[in-house]
Design a binder for this molecule. Structure first.
Ligand SMILES: [Zn+2]
Length: 450
């Protein structure tokens, strides 16, 4: 098959953009929140909208039943004989957008302002859906490789797709997985994500007394469980906030730098508050462990009586970098935590959830080609980033198809997209450039050349 030049593909995608953006706006108008307490109709309407949108560009998609959950939008497009297979992933459900988040406009009415499109899901991940759509539309629905499209309906809530992947690995065989639910740090500057941190959580309960007792009669001599717990928790990090659990992998990040101002703005760090941790911000976020206390069971301030607490518990979470085994991390975290409780109190530590880190090498065949494709689409050097969060589905996909290369990309720029927050938005040029990079990648995979 004759390959289109970059110029031709760019021209096709640029010509498609007005209708692609129109489609995105229509999709934003469907409040497809898949959380259990939310109505089902909009989620199902959104799934159908995806099927119809792909049909308009010559791709026959259908709803694949996912046991226990919302259907996935599924399409299998056969390419030329012997061509490699690419799986394109995105998700059509969105986070809720309650008014108390402080939206400037109706989250489910797409609004264009200052070159960006605002609305819940405009970036996460309806931009990913239309990005895949634009790539396939550039080939009139007949891409030069075999393509499987899988759009999940429950990424933001309890996903049933993971179990489906485990039960049906044959449906997820591909040479490359295009995970279109990420983004560049800054608009116009392409990045590839090569790793995601994993996560281990444990519950610690400290008991020092059989019953609550008067804090005046006994305070100062009888041990207070809440104080003992707080002491133990405080010893998990040093004064700078760096995790001090021994033996957990920690590396300096050698890819892109994460600007301090951007972190402060995105995280909403209040004036005067210092950042925690040490080393480059990239390494603190992507290649070193971090420790947080996610919850404490203790009396609230309003309920606080003059009483010493006999017991108290906390949920402790540690993010672990790629290369760190979660089982080993759990053993080290729980062992270290136990030793930090002062005064031989009774301590119960219960391991909670754990999810592995995800690493994708930079030298895989699809990743190296995507680097070239992104460079061509953006006209800029590609930097390597990580991700502080974890996506358990990726691990399941890797188990189903260990040989696949994972390409983690998307139009959700870190600087301005504000996914999950108020006034979420997307820059259409990111959708266009990413769609072009994907189209170039498909051609390169078809040709088999670097
Ligand atoms: Zn997402």
């Amino acid at each position: 098959m004759k390959q289109a030049s970059k110029k031709e593909l760019r021209a096709r995608i640029t010509a498609l953009m007005p209708e692609i953006i129109e489609e995105l706006k229509e999709m934003v108008a469907i409040p497809s929140v898949a959380f259990p307490a939310f109505p089902k109709e909009p989620v199902l309407a959104m799934a159908q909208r995806c099927v119809d949108a792909f049909a308009r560009y010559g791709v026959k998609a259908e709803l694949a039943e996912i046991p226990g959950g919302y259907p996935a939008v599924w399409a299998e497009i056969p390419g030329p004989k012997g061509a490699p297979t690419v799986l394109m992933y995105g998700h059509y459900d969105v986070q809720p957008a309650p008014p108390e988040q402080g939206w400037n406009t109706d989250p489910f009415v797409a609004v264009e302002e200052g070159g960006r499109i605002y609305g819940r899901g405009a970036a996460d991940d309806k931009s990913g859906i239309v990005m895949h759509l634009a790539t396939l539309a550039a080939f009139d629905g007949r891409p030069p490789v075999n393509v499987t499209v899988c759009l999940e309906g429950e990424e933001e809530t309890i996903s049933h797709l993971e179990a489906y992947v485990a039960a049906n690995p044959e449906r997820f065989q591909a040479d490359a997985m295009l995970i279109g639910d990420m983004g560049n740090l800054v608009v116009g500057e392409p990045v590839l994500s090569t790793g995601l941190r994993g996560h281990v959580k444990a519950i610690i309960e400290v008991r020092t007394l059989t019953d609550p007792i008067h804090s005046g009669l006994f305070g100062g001599a009888a041990p207070d469980a809440l104080m003992a717990l707080i002491k133990a928790l405080s010893r998990l990090t040093d004064d700078q906030g760096t995790c001090v659990v021994p033996g957990i992998a920690a590396n300096e990040w050698d890819g892109a730098e994460f600007a301090e101002e951007m972190l402060r703005a995105n995280a909403g760090v209040v004036d005067g508050a210092e950042l925690i941790g040490s080393g480059s911000i990239s390494s603190r976020l992507w290649s070193k462990p971090s420790i947080s206390v996610l919850g404490i069971d203790a009396p609230s301030v309003a309920e606080g009586a003059n009483v010493l607490q006999p017991s108290a518990r906390a949920l402790v979470a540690m993010r672990i970098p790629p290369g760190q085994d979660p089982e080993d991390a759990m053993t080290k975290l729980t062992g270290f935590l136990r030793e930090q409780v002062p005064g031989s109190a009774q301590v119960t530590i219960t391991p909670d959830k754990k999810s592995p880190a995800f690493a994708q090498g930079t030298d895989g065949p699809a990743v190296t080609r995507m680097r070239t494709a992104l460079e061509a689409a953006y006209g800029k050097e590609v930097k390597t980033i990580g991700s502080g969060g974890s996506i358990p589905l990726l691990d399941e996909l890797r188990k189903a198809c260990p040989s696949a290369d994972f390409v983690l990309i998307g139009a959700e720029d870190m600087q301005k997209a504000r996914i999950h927050g108020p006034n979420e938005s997307v820059d259409p040029t990111e959708i266009e450039n990413m769609a072009l990079a994907q189209a170039l990648l498909l051609q390169m995979l078809a040709a088999g050349k670097e």
